[in-house]
Design a protein around this ligand. Sequence first.
Ligand code: 4AD
Ligand code: MG
Length: 468
Amino acid sequence: MTTSQRIKHILKTGQPGEALTIQGWVRTKRAAKKFTFIEVNDGSSMNGLQVVAGADLPDYVASMERLSTGASVEISGTLAESPGKGQRVELQAKTIEVFGESDGETYPLQKKRHSFEFLRTIGHLRSRTNTLGAVFRVRNACATAIHQFFQERDFLWMHTPILTASDCEGAGEMFTVTRFNLDQIPTDKSGKADYGQDFFGRPAYLTVSGQLEAEIMAMAFSNVYTFGPTFRAENSNTSRHLAEFWMVEPEMAFCNLAGNMDLAEAFLKYVFAYVMEHCADDMEFFNQRIDNAVLETAENIINSEFTRISYSEAIALLETAIEKGDKKFDYPVSWGVDMQSEHERYLAEEYFKKPVIVTDYPREIKAFYMRLNDDEKTVAAMDVLAPRLGEIIGGAQREERLDILEQRITAAGLPKEDYWWYLDLRRYGTVPHAGFGLGFERLVQFMTGMANIRDVIPFPRTPDNLDF
Ligand code: 4AD
Ligand code: MG
């Protein structure tokens, strides 16, 4: 096969007269009298390259017939200034090779707007559409920006395990991993599953977070981050929940809650600025076609200082809004409740109109590892709430004091034996430390304005859905 050039570079810097080869898939074909216009897209950019195939091409009629929407092609020719509007250059074809034809009659991606629901049923083809193409290019840019941000700051990327024996969040939302034949599970004397006979000799799960292992590594390397898939068996059929999602989790030794908030804010600003610079066309597309607040939101994130308030202040604000009749909520509000997404959105979207970091939540509603505050009622937690989305980041300063951590584990009803190594970190060189978890798909959702989280991950896993 000939070496080809990626279309995004040709569109940007290709010069009339240049001879080159492209490879990609036919998006549209329009026949005029003496020639045919073909738009070819190779995934490198929103716009494809317009190819002009003249009737003087060898096998013109036969090859045009084989060139239906969706067909894969290699086309060589010469670039020329384009007289048509919408593109600077076009490719005058000299040779066209069709690798794979596509039955235009049955090809599911017809030249009309398809609903995202429908596109989810063709997860193997939907990435060839404009919107999903833009989503996955932005997703890639976000991932690149994340690594660049941490690498520039000397954070080490650590690969934390996916198979685990411990429940980091203590919420019991884990998927079990087993080699047992589920129709014949070996049992012990009391009739319960005998995990001693299973692959790991003990119950095993898919991880809900890499945090606990990231803490181990932070105690050796000071600043680390983990970025990998996490799994939650929570039965939430919402536009913000996935059973398999990616999480970015930095963990910093010698750091408190204020330092943690500073990092989270700098981090989000950096990633937004990177994507605005590297995916300008895609972001413009989202602003025009998906949500006309996309560019404004990005500017807002990059330029505004995030609001920082305590949970108690947040609850007081919500109560005032209810009392004054400014706002009606479905769920009741009082000190001690876990904020619902409607409350989080009210704060970020309507009240402050920018991201809000809420800190110091009641201990009862947060995980065991969060540091107990002096009031003994709240913990050093922080959630970053984004307009239109609600919680995008959850984090905390960690409990570094052995005795208090032991009490918190017991109070949470977790088996202390399982956390012996986590407790050991508090026995040997313990240090104030903090970190957070960013839901990667929620970030992409927030950035692109896509309404449903299932449309920002290539292959979404949700209750009753495991296709592709
Ligand atoms: O708030 P969470 O549960 O925090 C943790 O797991 C901590 N161990 C993180 C840490 O401190 N290292 O989850 C973190 C983020 C949430 O703010 C949310 O953005 C995302 O992960 N998230 C989900 N995203 C998609 N689908 C789900 N089911 C999610 N659950 C959480
Ligand atoms: Mg959370």
